[in-house]
Write a protein that binds this ligand. Sequence first.
Ligand code: SF4
Length: 86
Amino acid sequence: MASIVRLPLPIDRHWDWQRWAACRGMDQSAFFHPPGERGAPLRAREERAKEICAGCPVREQCLEHSLSVEEDYGTWAGWASGSAAP
Ligand code: SF4
């Protein structure tokens, strides 16, 4: 579980990078698996998410954020939780 005590302060410069995220405004279900998703459907969804992340201009900030708050779920910066580091 992500630790909310590690979240950045509610100051816009800590979150501003998200304005340029390739996933901004997208359906976030591409980045988080639904309950019970396994096997080929899981891999296909993660690959779609990773393709989006590959072209994201704030991938480095996204990865830094996800590591700092210890995100346990989702695909962040092309790194799906439970997979090897990008
Ligand atoms: S790297 Fe991926 S998850 Fe992170 S902001 Fe960009 S598109 Fe979104």
